[in-house]
Write a new protein. Structure first.
Length: 159
């Protein structure tokens, strides 16, 4: 008897990665100097309304915070924890609130002194937000919002 499932594994069915990127006309050190200030993310992320720190430190691994998020009529408080922190290179986060998953900002130096800023998120939605179907529907919406966020970040840093 074949014990392999007839359907893909749950992790394959639930994959919801959203990836956006931009090139910023500044060095990774200059980009990092702005992005490392987590409290300032509300200034360039249109979906982030407010950030409240839950940890006694505001940067580095283990930093925990709540982010009030609003997209259209939907509002929630996203609880996040910084999981990786490599200055001028990478910031990883784990979402542990109603929406769960992981995210990462990666800064790559380009040959001409510019920086590619890549943002990747892999999120799982609760059943009342549509679960897998809700994530599928949300993916292009989130991608559009986050592309706009990166355009705002680019403008902010290049000014």
């Amino acid at each position: 008897m074949n014990s392999s499932p007839a359907y893909p594994a749950a992790t394959e069915l639930n994959h919801r990665a959203v990836v956006v990127a931009t090139v910023i006309d500044r060095s990774p050190a200059e980009v990092w100097a702005d992005v490392r200030d987590i409290s300032s993310h509300v200034e360039w992320m249109q979906d982030a309304v407010a950030i409240r720190f839950l940890s006694d430190h505001w940067e580095g691994p283990g930093t925990r915070f709540e982010c009030d998020t609003k997209i259209g009529p939907f509002s929630l408080t996203d609880v996040m924890e910084i999981t990786s922190w490599q200055g001028d290179r990478r910031m990883g986060v784990r979402h542990v609130g109603l929406v769960e998953g992981t995210g990462e900002f990666t800064l790559t130096e380009l040959a001409d002194g510019r920086t590619e800023f890549r943002w990747e998120e892999d999120l799982t939605f609760p059943w009342w937000m549509g679960g897998s179907f809700g994530a599928f529907v949300a993916r292009p919406v989130l991608r559009s919002i986050w592309k706009q966020n990166l355009a705002r970040l680019k403008e902010r840093i290049e000014r």
